[in-house]
Design a protein around this ligand. Structure first.
Ligand code: AMP
Length: 291
């Protein structure tokens, strides 16, 4: 495995990807866990060359968010990626991605980025779309791997690929969970033992709502109320939003009809951590993300 720490070096490499090669890209912010590694392993199976990036992207953090305390452990990350069979790890500096004079952002607009994470984190998806577009230009992957854990992000990237004509395949893989259901996240490191226990409330709330849908409940107001009430039952958890929406547009659904895709989605604060989670219901009625 090779570590590449400059944009120039990464571009020199990607410009020489042979014709017919299938380079795969796994973008991350590091402090890796099994969720990230599931993406790296899928890329290893599906691509002839695997590039993982580790970059804590400053432009996707708000001024009062956790950029300065975001957890980092590069030596451990490199060991895990090597074991997962990654070929190249791209670890650029912020000053290389955003040099002095940087002026061109990719700024998604419209309903897709106005609700949920977009409403709670103004500018977040501008930062995400900008850095992902840059990574696509720098690494020139044929396939790019993202997690369903960040459902709205996946929808934004799908739109980015279509709107900017990136010639690559988006792969969105299921959420990897701890044995008690908590979605793996680098931010789980912020939790005290008591908060870690309380954090399972997101999974429990989603499971309650899923049970209702599976029993034939179609009324999304009732489902939203179930999600909110379950979160409220845990005193250490504070709900940001709970919604039932279309997984492609992120617009709220009035009903969950048979044969319709639906996303149950929650954001809540537990102690110092802001956590998100979701369950994706496929049109077939099967679910992604229940663990
Ligand atoms: P991050 O390092 O948080 O920016 O995440 C990098 C990638 O890993 C994103 O595509 C995430 O959606 C994905 N990811 C994060 N947590 C999980 C998880 N628990 N299961 C699957 N994918 C995940």
């Amino acid at each position: 495995m090779h570590t590449i720490s400059t944009v120039a070096e990464m571009m020199a490499l990607s410009q020489r990807w042979p014709a017919g090669a299938t380079p795969g890209l796994v973008p991350t912010m590091g402090y890796l866990h099994e969720g990230h590694l599931s993406l790296a392993r899928a890329a290893r199976q599906e691509c002839d060359t695997v590039v993982a990036s580790i970059f804590v992207n400053p432009t996707q953090f708000g001024p009062r968010e956790d950029l300065s305390r975001y957890p980092r452990d590069l030596p451990r990350d490199l060991a895990l990626l090597e074991k997962a069979g990654v070929d190249y790890v791209f670890t650029p500096d912020a000053s290389d991605i955003y040099p002095n004079g940087f002026a061109c952002y990719v700024d998604p607009i419209g309903p897709l980025v106005e609700r949920l994470e977009g409403a709670s984190r103004p500018g977040h998806f501008r930062g995400v779309a900008t850095v992902v577009a840059k990574l696509f230009q720098i690494v020139r992957p044929q396939r790019a791997y993202f997690g369903q854990k960040d459902a709205q992000q996946a929808a934004v990237i799908r739109q980015l690929i279509a709107d900017l004509h990136f010639a690559l395949t988006l792969r969105v893989l299921p959420t990897v969970r701890e044995p008690d259901g908590l979605a793996m996240s680098s931010r789980n490191a912020y939790l005290s033992p008591e908060e870690r226990q309380a954090a399972t409330i997101l999974y429990r709330a989603l499971s309650e709502a899923r049970k209702l849908v599976d029993a034939g409940e179609q009324d999304t107001d009732l489902l939203r109320a179930t999600l909110a009430r379950t979160i409220a039952s845990e005193p250490r958890a504070h709900l940001d939003y709970a919604d039932v929406c279309d997984p492609n547009t992120m617009l709220p659904l009035a009903r969950v009809e048979p044969g319709q895709a639906a996303l149950l989605v929650i954001a809540a604060r537990v102690g110092p951590a802001r956590l998100i989670d979701n369950f994706l219901r496929h049109p077939s009625g099967g679910w992604d993300g229940e663990g």
